[in-house]
Write a protein that binds this ligand. Structure first.
Ligand code: RB5
Length: 145
């Protein structure tokens, strides 16, 4: 799977870890930065990943900041993006299955690397169930107009 990855300085270490494990698992990771712990603004990186996913360049995205919250608020401003902050594997699975989320947001200051990898695994291995959820997601999309 083609996955866009982005982080700010507060999420960079976890994003490096995730890039490594995703690549080892055979995924094609597009790492859109940041690449150091120098202070940056999370909206710049949220936009890069959101544009990549909304534009169809990548299938799913992962954004990491201190809490995941700033990344999700920003990414959700881009039409076509449904970004979800997830703290558990269950939330990650439901975000895909019921909400058709296409970007997972994580907080390096909240979620440890072991759990984060499990959350990522749950997110990318789950699929949208459609059915009754499709018309609900369509109502979200309608709000973008
Ligand atoms: C950076 O200090 C922090 O504010 C940022 O990573 C993020 O947590 C914002 O939502």
């Amino acid at each position: 799977m083609k996955i866009a990855l982005g982080a700010d300085h507060a999420g960079m270490m976890l994003s490096v870890d995730l890039a490594k494990s995703l690549t080892e698992a055979g995924h094609q990771v597009e790492d859109l930065g940041t690449y150091s712990e120098a202070s940056v603004d999370y909206p710049d990186f949220a936009k890069k990943v959101a544009d990549s996913v909304a534009g169809g360049k990548t299938e799913l995205g992962i954004l990491v900041c201190g809490t995941g919250i700033g990344m999700s608020i920003t990414a959700n401003k881009v039409h076509g993006v449904r970004a979800a902050v997830c703290r558990t594997e269950f939330e990650a699975k439901m975000a895909r299955a019921h909400n058709d989320a296409n970007i997972l947001c994580l907080g390096q200051r909240v979620t440890g690397p072991g759990l984060a990898k499990e959350i990522v695994r749950a997110f990318i291995s789950s699929s949208f169930e459609g059915g009754r959820h499709a018309s609900r997601v369509a109502k979200i999309t309608a709000l973008e107009k």
